[in-house]
Design a protein around this ligand. Structure first.
Ligand SMILES: Nc1ncnc2c1ncn2[C@@H]1O[C@H](COP(=O)(O)OP(=O)(O)OP(=O)(O)O)[C@@H](O)[C@H]1O
Length: 244
């Protein structure tokens, strides 16, 4: 059983199929990167996965069950979600931002403190930073807080929509390594939407290239390395996009 699966899914906007009869499953404990040109439907797939959008045709299953759009709360608690720009609440400290889902789920203060300490270590966040408000943190620190919030409830699925796009390349590389460390300690099924093929090749074990709402390539990262050894990530993406 795959933790997350789309079967024959189509989504129309203004009568046009933005997602076109797409079937895709995400393997347990693996990172799958969704790449492709702007507007090809990557974010729409992610929103279909967490129920923010409903398919017009087809089924989305999480944890083996079709999404229940009348009651998404329980499913969403088992899915972490982090987006570009972090979506942190500006009037709450970093610690309170991270803890928000746990408080809503009735966790004790003690359990919250233990979990925040774990995440703080894994994401290399100094304790002092957690008492600051988002505007008092750098972009990279905010993004680490956003990832910590997404991982707070120990989700089995993590949905990441361009979470590192606004961060400078050096900080981005640091956060990539920290996320990799975190996933080694706490394996999660990850769907990563990104424009950055280098990021995709570094973080993901599976690469899905989309074009016009369809899947063009769905291949293990190792296989791609073997098929086109030595090719720079961007050149590899261009060659995959040109695949008929
Ligand atoms: N709510 C909406 N109403 C109408 N059209 C939409 C809506 N959401 C997305 N679209 C259209 O659907 C297409 C796919 O959008 P989507 O955001 O999934 O693309 P993307 O691959 O994530 O793009 P980008 O890489 O630029 O973020 C685009 O043409 C977009 O304009």
């Amino acid at each position: 059983m795959h933790p997350l699966e789309l079967s024959g899914v189509s989504k129309y906007f203004a009568g046009k199929a933005v997602i076109d009869d797409l079937s895709l499953s995400f393997s347990e404990g693996r990172v799958t990167a969704l790449v492709g040109a702007s507007g090809c439907g990557k974010s729409t797939v992610l929103k279909l996965c967490n129920g923010l959008l409903q398919p017009d045709v087809g089924v989305v299953r999480a944890f083996g069950e079709p999404l229940n759009y009348q009651n998404l709360g329980e499913t969403r608690r088992r899915m972490g979600y982090a987006v570009q720009g972090t979506g942190l609440f500006p009037h709450m400290t970093a610690a309170n931002n991270i803890a928000i889902g746990a408080k809503a789920s009735g966790w004790s203060q003690q359990d919250i403190a233990v979990r925040i300490a774990e995440l703080r270590t894994l994401m290399h966040l100094d304790e002092e930073l957690l008492e600051r408000y988002p505007h008092e943190l750098s972009g990279g620190q905010q993004q680490r807080v956003g990832l910590s919030r997404a991982m707070m409830l120990r989700p089995r699925i993590l949905l990441l929509d361009e979470p590192f796009a606004a961060i400078d390349p050096i900080t981005r590389f640091d956060i990539h390594r920290q996320l990799q460390e975190l996933l080694a300690v706490e394996p999660v099924t990850v769907l990563l939407v990104t424009h950055d093929m280098r990021e995709a090749m570094f973080l993901a074990q599976q690469i899905v290239v989309m074009a016009n709402g369809k899947i063009r390539v769905n291949e293990a990262t190792d296989e791609l390395h073997k098929q086109q050894p030595g090719l720079e990530p961007e050149a590899l993406l261009n060659s995959l996009m040109a695949t008929p």
